[in-house]
Design a protein around this ligand. Structure first.
Ligand SMILES: *[C@@H]1O[C@H](CO)[C@@H](O)[C@H](O)[C@H]1NC(C)=O
Length: 326
């Protein structure tokens, strides 16, 4: 009997670890094997604060690059997420704003802290695809393409202050509590998926920055809990929003590039931390967005302002990197 009990325990452990894995969505690459996309964050304000101007330029660039999909780094609907699946903000801040033909592609969205202040399950509900088929939002998931894997991570539950000062705002923590269990499972699932990945490019996307010199700055919880996993698994890029700016910081301890695209609407905060400049490559305290072009051995990241002007370009090479490591 004891043997059977042990066997049952083994089976249930296997079952739990298998069912725990992050959901994986497949997305095809272009016929030449490349992939291109645009990244926008912190946007849903019914077109105000230059949201519409950013959208227009994003549409222009997306057409030029013939993008495969769009990534949203979260804070999709201000101020307090969606009130429900019938909230008109979904159309007024998303469908009607990003109306260029070139942007009628899949949108992969993560949640930001402002999204957690509404009915969080509304944004996660696939029924929204009946209103706009572009919309895909999950808490944490993987988009698998032939040359790159994108690991979307739900970063809001990592941040202590949302739990320590819950009176400031009400958060919809359905599906997150108990918090410690949620976070440890997420980190474990991510680590397993990163270790298993054979993609040429490993790209992690979250709402909160790991490193930033903007208004919110570094997220200490992510530096402590997430960054070691990213570094140990050769992640190439960490892409985020939260600070309403465009920013590029390189790492001094690994190959990771920290890329902030949080300029989807309200910006111009004006409080950059000028003291901390290690690894700082670029900072723009205004609205805009980012494009990403991937080929097997090279990646190109470009930042644009609301006039579509190129502000900063990052070129990464796989071959050169391994050569310089010898
Ligand atoms: C819109 O963008 C322009 C150009 O960058 C800027 O001067 C203006 O302040 C922005 N408006 C708002 C409301 O942020």
């Amino acid at each position: 009997m004891a043997g059977l009990g042990l066997w049952m325990a083994f089976i249930s452990v296997c079952f739990v670890s298998v069912s725990a894995l992050l959901q994986r969505l497949e997305h095809p690459v272009k016929t030449d094997g490349s992939l291109s996309l645009v990244v926008i964050g912190d946007w849903g304000r019914k077109g105000t604060y230059n949201q519409s101007e950013v959208s227009a330029q994003m549409g222009r660039v997306a057409a030029k690059l013939n993008i495969d999909f769009v990534i949203s780094t979260g804070d999709n609907f201000y101020d307090d997420g969606l009130t429900g699946i019938d909230d008109p903000a979904f159309e007024n801040s998303f469908s009607k704003i990003y109306n260029a033909k070139s942007l009628q592609k899949q949108w992969y969205n993560v949640l930001g802290n402002h999204d957690y202040r509404g009915d969080v399950e509304a944004q996660l509900n696939p029924i929204l695809q009946n209103i706009d088929p572009r919309w895909i939002c999950q808490k944490s998931f993987i988009v698998d393409t032939e040359i790159a894997e994108f690991f979307f991570v739900d970063t809001t539950p990592f941040v202590d202050k949302y739990f320590l000062k819950p009176k400031e705002h009400k958060y919809d923590w359905r599906g997150v509590l108990p918090r410690e269990k949620y976070l440890s499972k997420l980190l474990m699932d991510l680590e397993i998926a990163l270790k298993d990945s054979t993609a040429d490019w490993k790209i992690v996307v979250g709402h909160h920055p790991v490193r930033s010199i903007g208004h919110h700055g570094d997220t200490q919880e992510l530096i402590r809990q997430l960054l070691p996993i990213l570094e140990a698994n050769d992640v190439d890029m960490y892409i985020n929003g939260h600070d309403h700016c465009l920013e590029h910081i390189s790492s001094t301890s690994s190959q990771i590039q920290f890329l902030t695209s949080g300029g989807g609407s309200k910006a111009w905060k004006g409080d950059i931390d000028k003291e901390r400049r290690d690894g700082m490559e670029f900072y723009y305290d205004g609205q805009g967005f980012m494009s990403l072009e991937l080929q097997q051995t090279n990646a190109k990241v470009v930042y644009y302002d609301i006039f579509g002007q190129v502000l900063h370009t990052v070129n990464l090479f796989k071959g050169l990197r391994s050569a310089s490591a010898i």
